[in-house]
Ligand binder design. Structure first.
Ligand SMILES: Nc1nc2c(c(=O)[nH]1)N[C@H]1C(S)=C(S)[C@@H](COP(=O)(O)OP(=O)(O)OC[C@H]3O[C@@H](n4cnc5c(=O)[nH]c(N)nc54)[C@H](O)[C@@H]3O)O[C@H]1N2
Ligand SMILES: Nc1nc2c(c(=O)[nH]1)N[C@H]1C(S)=C(S)[C@@H](COP(=O)(O)OP(=O)(O)OC[C@H]3O[C@@H](n4cnc5c(=O)[nH]c(N)nc54)[C@H](O)[C@@H]3O)O[C@H]1N2
Ligand code: SF4
Ligand SMILES: [Mo]
Length: 704
């Protein structure tokens, strides 16, 4: 394959990073992919910083691994094909499958890395062009528990309901299951003040670089057992109330439901909390007191959660309890204080607003709400009753593929579930049972390797679009390179497929036109973009949704006057600790938790193709306490096997004194025998349908 990249004549383009939700600002300089360079740009979220992934983000634009022609499976082998013949295969499969089995036999799977325009168009293609209810996306595995709890307690889900720069003046920040030192390094600039004030506190079973930073500054590391954040939060609520740190005036004037919550939290005495979580009662007391001191006498106290506390079968209740802790202390909706969840993917916020989620329509509307259906159907020019109802959630969707009554054709856009889904072996089996698997990607991901049709699409620096960052601010992604020959934008693909399957509506393929339609579709919804225009974004305006004709300046800070609930008050919800769905026992005596390393992104489909990152990360590993390693006879640096009830993973042992002896940690960035998701438990949260990525029972064995 040749090296893509065609001159556009453009020499300097201001855009944002290809990867995570911090969306660091960067300038791309050069006239072709071959000589394109990345430099950081001053911007509030990254303050001129980039992490190693950002610095090397241009590599994938010129990688020989880049797909440059459609591939169609013939006689079991993927072979290059023309666009016309590849699209014919897809269109005919959609048309014949819908005719024979109904529209729900065709499914779509999206991603939180897609631009707002693509996320919106994916949902419209599914509902209006194909007519299927079977659409969901990888954000279900990412933000869904945070989202469900925020909606439950605040009435609105915007990850950070305040600009990230507000954290900069905070003297105390409690991070629950977040490791930004590796997952968003420039985010740390906003935590320096808290760290220096001894107020950075990190709840994590591992001593991460983030926890180490907290300890260096005299802050706290709450080294809890995986899956016990809910107990931790309730125990801290208990301490806040019994030790005089609760904000009674705030509770009375801005919340409801405290008494119900207290019937549960009253049971979580510090000593019981210590027994369940493994965090000393003195540490719990110190953490609550530190938050209260920052609130009362300094500036700023914040509680933030991320995937460590959220990716559990009780993730929604866990975040609900974390919010209860923030509410007891009187933090949310107050200037210089707050609660937030740290959104992960590049467009993890926008990706969950515009309708690629199984139960959702654009504007963060519910697909079950008749008024919402009426509004969106009007914008689309279809009858409201033609829109399907809610579909299956991500894991349930993948698990139903090829089964009786399940979808037989799947299109994947912006995800690599063969590596990233829970119980991935089972998911790969389901993918293999499809009549037709279509994968749109920029590289031959592990999921693309299984596909019947692979369509090579454009990536971040080759197309125009918008994304919404972790603080709900809409940003412009700009094109620095023209499309490599052979690749097409997904907007074009959906537009053309819609035409070929005889869709009742035409789909635009110009991103700006799609964005204008998205604005109309979002108007009046929770995530209202109606007054956000490309011209305003291009002029550099900082626009956080909701941004409406009545409120054209946007809303950097939500909840200052009222929460998004009908009565304007935040809700305490009585939730109780249950612990991980799978308990350790004599056969599987350890808890495995999973997460990220600095140099790799997600399933690694992109970053495993960047030499500098591959070298920095090294091979797949498992962190183990030295006592645990010794007990099973595996040496530091040797290869070992981690076994769960679902599968096994081979990894190099990294002995770590500072890890809990009952816990092992595996990153999930590698495929094959190093795939962490061969182990994970697809137990789903009853509300968010989030799988339990962060706790499963395993044993460790020496590699025979
Ligand atoms: N380098 C890098 N950066 C990324 C990404 C990436 O893949 N690589 N992905 C992006 C995305 S999509 C996301 S969602 C974010 C995720 O960002 P984070 O949430 O910061 O990342 P994780 O590593 O998944 O989990 C954070 C921490 O949770 C801890 N943890 C595990 N189990 C538990 C538990 O039960 N309780 C608590 N309190 N902690 C626990 C882990 O040890 C880990 O250190 O990162 C974004 N940024
Ligand atoms: N064990 C374990 N598993 C996890 C997690 C965990 O903590 N532990 N975290 C979960 C979380 S939070 C997340 S977000 C998921 C993420 O996991 P995935 O959903 O697999 O996400 P990515 O690896 O980012 O996959 C994105 C794919 O889309 C391609 N791509 C990039 N841009 C585009 C585009 O514009 N269009 C198209 N069509 N393709 C594009 C990339 O090349 C890549 O193949 O993993 C989840 N899985
Ligand atoms: S922190 Fe996230 S947005 Fe910033 S450079 Fe790194 S990957 Fe890109
Ligand atoms: Mo994520």
């Amino acid at each position: 394959m040749h090296r893509p990249g065609v001159e556009t004549g453009a020499t300097r383009v201001e855009t944002h990073c290809a990867y995570c939700g911090l969306q660091c600002a960067m300038t791309l300089s050069g006239s072709s992919a071959a000589d394109l360079t990345v430099s950081p740009r001053r911007f509030p979220t990254n303050r001129g910083g980039l992490c190693q992934k950002g610095w090397t983000s241009a590599e994938l634009l010129r990688s020989p691994a880049r797909l440059t022609a459609p591939l169609v499976r013939q006689d079991g082998v993927l072979r290059e094909a023309s666009w016309d013949s590849a699209l014919t295969v897809v269109a005919e499969a959609i048309a014949s499958t819908t005719a024979a089995h109904g529209p729900d036999a065709v499914a779509l799977f999206g991603g939180g890395g897609l631009t707002n325009e693509k996320a919106y168009q994916l949902g419209k293609f599914a509902r209006a062009a194909v007519g299927t209810s079977q659409v969901d996306y990888n954000g279900r595995w990412c933000m869904s528990s945070a989202a469900a709890a925020s909606i439950r307690c605040f009435g609105i889900d915007r990850g950070l309901p305040f600009p990230v720069t507000d954290l900069g003046s905070a003297h105390a920040v409690l991070l629950l299951g977040a490791n930004p030192a590796e997952t968003m390094p420039p985010f740390l600039t906003h935590l320096h003040r808290a760290a220096e004030a001894g107020g950075l506190m990190v709840a994590d079973p591992r001593t991460t670089p983030t926890a180490a930073k907290a300890l260096d500054g005299g802050g706290l590391h709450l080294q809890l057992r995986p899956g016990t954040d809910l107990a931790l939060a309730l125990g801290m609520v208990h301490i806040a109330v019994t030790e005089g740190h609760a904000d009674r005036r705030y509770i009375a004037s801005r919340t409801t439901g405290f008494d119900e919550l207290w019937t549960v939290a009253a049971q979580w005495l510090p000593e019981r909390t210590e027994r369940v979580t493994g965090v000393a009662a003195t540490t719990l007391r110190a953490a609550v007191a530190r938050l209260a001191r920052a609130r009362d006498t300094e500036r700023g106290a914040y509680v933030l959660s991320a995937r460590g506390s959220e990716q559990h079968a009780s993730g929604t209740d866990t975040v609900t309890a974390c919010i209860a802790l923030a509410l007891v202390l009187g933090l949310p909706g107050v200037r210089g204080a707050g609660f937030g969840t740290v959104t992960g993917q590049g467009n993890g916020q926008g990706g969950r607003e515009h309708g690629q989620k199984a139960d959702q329509l654009p504007g963060y509307r519910s697909i079950a709400d008749p008024a919402a259906r009426e509004h969106v159907a009007n914008v689309w020019g279809v009858p409201a009753d033609s829109l399907p109802g809610p579909g299956r959630s991500a894991f349930e969707l993948l698990d139903s593929l090829g089964t009786q009554g399940g979808p037989r054709v799947l299109m994947v856009h912006g995800s690599n579930p063969v590596v990233s889904s829970p119980d991935a072996r089972r998911v790969a089996d389901r993918l293999a049972s499809l009549d037709l698997l279509v994968v749109c990607d920029v590289v031959l991901s592990e999921t693309a390797e299984m596909a019947d049709v692979v369509l090579p699409v454009l990536q971040w620096a080759e197309e125009e679009g918008t994304v919404t960052n972790l603080e709900g601010r809409v940003l412009r992604r700009r094109r620095a390179l023209s499309a490599p020959p052979g690749c097409r934008s997904e907007l074009e693909i959906w537009s053309e497929l819609a035409r070929r399957i005889g869709s009742p509506v035409a789909l635009a393929d110009d991103p700006r036109e799609v964005f204008d339609e998205l604005r109309q579709a979002s108007a009046g919804g929770v995530a209202d973009y109606s007054a956000v225009t490309w011209d305003r974004l291009d002029a550099g305006e900082a626009l956080h949704w909701p941004c409406t004709p009545e409120r054209p300046e946007g809303t950097p800070r939500l909840f200052l006057d009222r929460f998004g609930t009908p009565d304007g008050r935040a809700r305490f919800v009585a939730v109780d600790h249950v612990g991980p769905a799978e308990r350790d026992d004599a056969v599987f005596p350890l808890v495995a938790t999973t997460g990220r390393v600095l140099a790799h992104y997600q399933s690694g489909a992109q970053t495993r193709r960047v030499d500098e990152l591959v070298e920095a990360a090294g091979p797949m590993f498992v962190e183990v306490h030295p006592d645990t390693a010794e007990a099973v006879g595996v040496a530091d640096g040797s290869r070992a096997v981690v076994v769960s009830r679902r599968g096994r993973t081979v990894a190099r042992v990294r002995a770590r004194e500072d890890l809990r002896p009952d816990t092992v940690f595996l990153p999930f960035h590698w495929p094959g025998d190093g795939r962490a998701n061969s182990l994970t438990n697809p137990a789903l949260d009853p509300t968010s349908r989030m799988p339990e990525f962060k706790a499963c029972a395993v044993r460790l064995e020496a590699l025979p």
